[in-house]
Each structure stands twice: as C-alpha cells, then as structure tokens.
Design a binder for this molecule. Sequence first.
Ligand SMILES: [Zn+2]
Length: 288
Amino acid sequence: MRTALASLALVFGLSFSLSATPVKTGFGEVDISPDIGMERPGGYGKGYHQAFHDPCKARAVVFDDGEKPVALVGLDALIVVKPHVEEVRKRVAQETDITPEAIMVGASHSHSSGRTGMVQQGDLDHADELVREIVKEKPTEAKALNDWIWAKEIVILDALIQKEPIRSVEVQTIQIGPAVFISNPAEYFCEFGLQQKEGSRFPFTWPVSLANDCVGYVPTSEALGPNGGGYETRLTSYSNLVPEAGDQIRDTRIALANDMKPDAVPEPAPTAKFSAGWRYGDVPPELN
Ligand SMILES: [Zn+2]
C-alpha cells in the first residue's frame, strides 16, 4: 500500500494567439440535461436525480480571425475526462477548420448534471477481485461509513497507481486580443487562480478549471500543511498529485500566458454629441 502522494504531475503547455481584427464570432448551445432517475455525479457514494430545476447546457463560442479559429466549450458537467475531450477535438477538427489544440473544453462542475464519474469504466478491471468487491460494500452506521470511505479510497488509489503511475497535466492558453483563457484540468484551489491573475501581463486573465481532463483536487501547500485539512487534502482516488503540483501548474500557466503579447484593449468608437433632446432641458442654470 502506498501511503504518500505518489503520482507525479507532468505539466505541458499548448498555446494559441488570436489577435488580428476583424474577428468573426459565433455561439451555439444544446440541452444536455439528464433524466430524472439517472445517476447523479460526484461525492464518494451513489445518488440519483429526483427533481428538475433548470436545464444543463453545452455551450460553445468560436472566434475566427480568418487564420486561426479557436473554440471555447463550456459543459454543464461535473467533470470532463481526456478521452472525451480527445474525441470532441478529433470530430470538430474533421468537420471544421478548428485544429484540436485550438479547442478548450471546460466543465462547470454541476453536481446536477449527467453521469460523468471520477473513476471511469474499466479503470479497475486489472485490480484484484477483492478490490472490485470492496468498493461495492457499504456500512450503514455513519461513523463506520466515514472511515470506510477513506479506507476504500486508498484501496482504489493503489489500484489506479498500478495502472497509471504518472499523471500528465495539460495546460492550455488561448488568447483573444487583450484577453487570455488559461486552462487547468483540476478542482484547483482559488488562491492559484488569483496568483495567476496577478502574474499575468494580460489586462483580462480567465482561469478555466476542470478543462480538457480531470486530475481531481489540487490544493495549496498551505492546505496540505499542519494547519490545513478537509476532504480535498485526503489521499484518495480523486486527490493524489504531489503537493507541489499546484505551484507547478500555476507557474506553467503564467509562463505560457506571458509568452503571448496582449493586444490593446479596444476603445469603443466615440459617440456623437447629443443634440436632439428636449430643448427645455439643454440649458445652463440661471441664478440672477
Ligand atoms: Zn463537487
């Protein structure tokens, strides 16, 4: 059994700059709401949808400067995993001029969305029978349930590490004029996003979390330290990168963004002087 944070984060970057004008822009959306009764994603146990509030959507925007179109896709999903993103990028590239690396797919982390899970189908096929059975057991007493969850997670993580000892982490930057969108595939602690905004030389910097893959929680070293804690800092199938992974991802993101040159913030065209109003109102004060 491994008892340390054993996965290593490898960070690589993709970057895109779309800066010429004029830029054509198009939007699209489709409904991807799950049905009542379908499995609800997230958490360390099972749950099912029982009520409908409002629809889940997949929304896309494409910016095209005539040379290098880019697409930003937002999904109302808990997470999005690499094989799905690769399939989306491949199909879009087949039917359009948008190349795979110019497509960013981010999840809004809706727990009310369709069934996308943290452990994927087939991930435990190689594991012992005992491991595959143990994850289905569940004590009913609350205290025992809590202990069981963390113990079960270590067993699952051990099996996942046997299959994939090193996680690669994609970081992608897409520039739209004076704005930059920088992805990370994690439930990334917000301090990192704030630090990234501070370190970016762009006037508009948008951190995009849970994009292009999912490597789980990435806490700060402070949260993992003696005064930290919380479920995100437990070693689980969903939280297992090395403690310095968050800093590595942040520094890569800042470096990628700062390799690009932000365009000037566009000034709106000056409006014509107002002259056609109600004439009684267009007079100075008279005091004498
Ligand atoms: Zn969540």
